[in-house]
Ligand binder design. Structure first.
Ligand code: NAD
Length: 350
């Protein structure tokens, strides 16, 4: 079995690649362009860990280059694709929107086009809780409209979901989008709260809390995310049932044509969307207190007003993914943060 993982040098891509390669059942090809949005040394350090696994191979490549990516996909002919590469980050998307169009829209299209030429059994791609925007109700459930994103990043991720639906419908590709909720853990991203806060606390630097630290975040531990990705990847109810000529939607009448994967997955295009979160949101200021305790140091907190583009709260409804693949998050925040801090101290020498 061959699995292609994009964004393999990234936080989630590294962990997913490691689990797949260590499992022994899969040959994993990781690709990443190693861009410098954040520390390239961290991306290389993750790859160095992966190099220990004989089942893992890495190619440095950019999937926004259609020809280069298409060749890699065609040569490898993956049975499964996990598309985790993207330009991530809510704030950065306000300053550098073009980078998001390049990787998240053009790049995503290239990944789908390559899959169209040589279809894998299932392609799972990363979406985000950021697709839930204005008017979203807690807990966020996949059948909510998600048509008023508050950040450009969220808009590109929602666009991916819509593009995926059209490709599933038109070309019979089995495509599943996973809306990740604030992932944390060892080897985490330096542009995200856990590393930024831990750096500030450990270094005695000011720690800025927007909206006075009141926003609620559904922090999800990386191992739970990997469990969810792998459960969903190998659970592909549409596989082996290609929907010829546009599929069920073309033949099953008007009801199927307007049905979405949310309401009638079996009758509509082979496209699904699942939340993948923890369903236990905590206030950011509480999160900081937990980090203070684990690092044995007080934070120098600066309270600031809310920031544009940020959601006041996130919380994943897990009903759909629980029903489909039996996903259940297993890591309480206390345990996950302890493991994160252990890695943080070792990696950053604090
Ligand atoms: N970490 C989270 O909390 C979170 C939450 C919601 C969604 N997501 C999504 O999950 C996925 C993985 O996130 P992550 O936290 O691992 O981010 P990450 O930035 O650590 O990993 C993404 C990787 O993709 C690579 N990449 C970007 N553009 C590329 C391109 N054009 N060609 C090749 N490689 C490219 C980057 O170099 C990076 O290593 C992303 O799609 C992200 O948007 C993450």
């Amino acid at each position: 079995m061959k699995v292609l993982v994009t964004g393999a040098a990234g936080f989630i891509g590294y962990h997913v690649s490691r689990r797949l390669a260590a499992g022994g059942g899969a040959g994993v090809l990781g690709i990443d362009n190693l861009n410098d949005y954040y520390s390239v040394a961290l991306k290389r350090a993750r790859l160095a860990q992966l190099a220990a696994h004989g089942a893992f191979r890495f190619v440095q490549a950019d999937f926004s280059d259609a020809a280069a990516y298409g060749r890699i996909h065609a040569d490898f002919r993956p049975d499964y694709v996990v598309h985790l590469g993207a330009q991530a980050g809510v704030r950065h998307s306000i300053e550098q929107p073009a980078a998001y169009v390049q990787s998240n829209i053009t790049g995503f299209l290239n990944v789908l086009e390559a899959a169209r030429a040589h279809p894998p059994r299932h392609l799972v791609y990363a979406s985000s809780s950021s697709v839930y925007g204005a008017g979203a109700r807690i807990p966020f459930s996949e059948d909510q409209a998600a048509d008023r994103p508050l950040s450009f990043y969220g808009a590109t991720k929602r666009a991916d979901e819509l593009i995926a639906h059209s490709y599933a419908h038109l070309h019979g590709l089995s495509l599943t989008g996973l809306r990740f909720f604030t992932v944390y853990g060892p080897w985490g991203r330096p542009d995200m709260a856990p590393v930024i806060f831990a750096q500030a606390i450990a270094g005695g630097k000011p720690l800025r809390l927007f909206d006075a630290g009141r926003p609620l975040r559904d922090f999800t531990y990386i191992d739970d995310i990997v469990d969810g990705v792998i459960k969903v990847l190998f659970h592909h109810p549409f596989a082996g049932k290609p929907e010829a000529g546009g599929g069920a939607t073309a033949t099953a009448g008007a009801a199927a044509v307007v049905a979405t994967a949310a309401t009638a997955p079996a009758a509509a295009a082979p496209s699904r969307i699942f939340n993948l979160g923890h369903n236990r949101p905590v206030e950011i200021r509480r999160f900081v207190q937990m980090l203070e305790k684990l690092l044995g140091k007080k934070a120098r907190v600066e309270l600031l007003p809310p920031r544009p583009g940020e959601l006041p709260a996130t919380c994943a409804s897990l009903e759909r993914i629980r029903a489909a693949v039996g996903f259940e998050p297993a890591t309480p925040l206390e345990d996950g943060l302890a493991r994160f801090v252990e890695w943080f101290k070792a990696y950053y020498g604090k």
